[in-house]
Design a protein around this ligand. Structure first.
Ligand code: C2E
Ligand code: CA
Ligand code: CA
Length: 633
């Protein structure tokens, strides 16, 4: 511990030297008494011998105030400061003790100052004022006791040491608090970033599905009416597939911006995933909400510049009103808006559809049918009917169209016109199609020579190994492919004409017959079909039905027949219900006829009988009452 002694009298310095010679000259009783006094004075913790031993005094002697000030300055610069300074008051010719104390204090705020004087002509208050604080200035009268000085030095050194340790601990603590504060600020920033990421879509930075559902739930709690809409791009997959994912991403960003700019003020626009966006906005009036959505759909119908390509993708929109009179459950709102969106997609895209309750009902039935259909095969609920196809002249039965029937325990008979599209969507069509083909082929063996005409959905047709698959079934059944006619629709072949053309050629090479079903309802130009390997066209029954009433239908029927003949194809007229129709079709040149006039689709046993009989006599050909009616008509 460094101790500074400032006194102009050399003799006094000797006394100090004696004081700091390690206390060896101090009698033990005196030392104890002074220890007790020091504890009283400074309230220090229990001193122990080890502590005291640690305080080896290091006195530094100065004879003038200025020297002392310089010594303090040096000590601070060397980072080895004094703990205590004993200062005499009168030290001519230099500065006096008061000024020395003032200057030392100015340099060192921590040092303890002890004013040692034999005179009473100084004011402690005055000195404290310039060299305070008061708890760091002490007074000892001259002549002093050795023990008094050494004990005072010991007590003040201990206190100085404790103060320093405390200060060090405090500054360490302050640094730690500061670091902690920095850390927590950083954490808070991280948290808000994480919150942002959790609630926003990375591609567009628009709110995501979670944020949308949250905000929608919040909005549902308010009384005012509002509209919820789902928006989906019409040809996004095409852009992604043809221009790549980068272009797809860019398009999503562009469209998101377009939507944000075209919605009413205050609209929440969220990207729900893929090419789907969700919006909701204040609106009490359905017509106004529809107009707002139409504006958005219209804005999306423009062409976007995507990586140098002009891309038109268009959007469809489903809308549901929520609020005062509408739906209040957020999940249900989204579900209903989705149903409306699906309806918009089905009804030609690029439009806005408002949810109505029939959509909900329709969905429920669809789901039931889908579930029921999965079990229908196992439960033996499916069966096949056969409808004769007859030659135009002698009405000889040349073949039968196999038509699937589903009889359910719950709903009775369900029309294939209803369940086939559902089977197509859920891909059950493959198992169902296999079942139909196998059963049709099995039935074929009971006929003398007729062919069976089996319907295939476009999804079956596009299946990989379609040709091999059919060939396997035919081989397994031991049937000549020439007795199997494959009915496919225009959609099946024109979606991917090149591939379809190859498939048809392969089938024809294997000996199968190919019929183009529902002909005239698709978009294929009559001219284009010449490229495909076909055997016959089946004129859709809507034209046959319209023949007697509309000139257009009659004209279409005539041109299809002409075209078929020109291309060397057979032409089957379906849905022939009246004698008049049959007559007109014969005259026009249809090669084959099919319809209720000749026979309804009949169960397998009846078909066997008709096949054996080979010719239909109109009076006995039909098996039902409808038949009799249509014959009379
Ligand atoms: P489609 O291929 O056009 O079959 C002809 C449909 O017309 C049959 O209806 C048949 O009962 C009906 N029909 C026949 N003659 C007449 C008539 O004179 N007047 C009227 N109004 N209708 C007549 P069905 O059996 O209800 O089949 C409906 C559709 O379901 C079929 O239309 C076909 O697209 C599909 N379908 C039926 N069975 C199968 C199948 O096994 N596989 C596939 N993929 N689709 C099938
Ligand atoms: Ca058909
Ligand atoms: Ca048809």
């Amino acid at each position: 511990m460094r101790i500074l002694i400032v006194d102009d009298e050399p003799a006094v310095h000797d006394s100090y030297r004696f004081c700091f010679s390690g206390g060896r000259s101090v009698p033990a009783e005196t030392r104890d008494a002074l220890d007790a006094m020091a504890t009283d004075l400074f309230g220090a913790g229990e001193p122990d011998a080890g502590d005291d031993a640690a305080f080896a005094f290091e006195p530094h002697h100065c004879h003038q105030g200025l020297d002392a000030v310089a010594a303090v300055e040096r000590a601070i610069a060397d980072d080895h400061p004094f703990a205590v300074a004993f200062i005499d008051i009168r030290m001519p010719p230099g500065i006096d003790g008061r000024e020395t104390a003032r200057r030392i204090r100015a340099l060192d705020p921590d040092i303890h100052l002890v004013i040692v004087t034999g005179y009473s002509d100084f004011s402690p208050v005055e000195i404290s004022k310039v060299a305070g604080p008061a708890d760091k200035i002490f007074y000892i009268p001259k002549p002093f006791e050795v023990a008094e000085i050494s004990q005072m030095a010991l007590a003040l050194c201990r206190r100085w040491h404790n103060d320093r340790e405390l200060a060090a601990a405090r500054s360490l603590l302050a640094a730690q608090v500061e670091a902690l504060e920095e850390k927590s600020a950083e954490l808070a920033a991280n948290e808000s970033l994480a919150m942002h990421i959790a609630m926003h879509d990375a591609l567009t930075d628009a709110p995501n599905r979670v944020a949308f559902l949250r905000a929608l739930a919040e909005r549902c709690r308010q009384a005012r009416g509002f509209a919820t809409a789902m928006l989906d791009l019409d040809r996004f997959k095409l852009v992604n597939d043809t221009l790549g994912h980068l272009a797809g991403d860019e398009l999503i960003r562009e469209v998101c911006g377009t939507i944000q700019r075209s919605v009413p003020q205050g609209t929440m626009v969220a990207r729900l995933g893929g090419d789907e966006f969700g919006l909701f906005f204040d609106s009490e009036d359905e017509a106004v909400a529809v107009a707002a959505c139409e504006k958005v759909v219209h804005a999306c119908a423009t062409s976007f510049n995507i990586l140098g390509h002009a891309v038109r993708c268009g959007a469809s929109c489903g809308l549901v009103m929520g609020g005062a009179t509408g739906e209040r459950d957020p999940t249900d709102l989204v579900r209903r808006a989705d149903m409306a969106l699906n309806d918009a997609k089905r009804s030609g895209r690029g439009v806005v559809r408002v949810f109505d309750t029939h959509m909900d009902e329709g969905i429920r039935i669809r789901r039931e049918i889908e579930e029921g259909l999965t079990q229908a095969l196992a439960r033996n609920e499916l069966s096949l009917c056969f409808q004769p196809i007859v030659g135009r002249g002698a009405l000889d039965v040349v073949g039968f169209e196999a038509l699937v029937r589903w009889h359910t325990a719950e709903h009775g008979a369900v029309s294939p016109a209803i369940f086939i599209p559902i089977a197509e969507e859920s891909h059950l069509i493959h198992d169902l199609g296999d079942w139909v083909l196998d059963h049709a082929l099995a039935e074929l063996r009971h006929w003398p020579g007729q062919y069976v005409s089996v319907n295939f959905s476009p999804i079956q047709f596009r299946r990989s190994h379609f040709v091999g698959h059919i060939m396997d079934s035919v081989k397994r059944a031991g049937i000549d492919p020439g007795r199997v006619q494959i009915e496919i629709t225009e959609t099946a072949i024109f979606d991917d004409a090149e591939r379809a053309s190859k498939t048809l050629c392969d089938l024809r090479d294997l000996g199968f017959r190919i019929a183009l079903d529902d002909f005239g309802t698709g978009y294929s130009s009559l001219y284009n079909i010449r490229k495909f390997a076909l055997d016959c066209l089946k004129i859709d029954r809507s034209f046959i039905d319209g023949m007697g009433r509309e000139r257009e239908s009659a004209a279409i029927v005539h041109s299809i027949i002409h075209l078929g003949r020109a291309l060397g194809l057979g032409v089957v007229a379906e849905g022939v219900e009246t004698e008049a129709q049959a007559q007109a079709l014969r005259v026009a040149g249809a090669s084959h006829l099919q319809g209720f006039l000749f026979s309804h689709p009949v169960p397998a046993e009846e078909a066997r009988a008709l096949a054996a009989q080979q010719w239909l006599s109109l009076s006995s050909g039909g098996s039902t009452e409808d038949m009799a009616e249509s014959v009379q008509a």
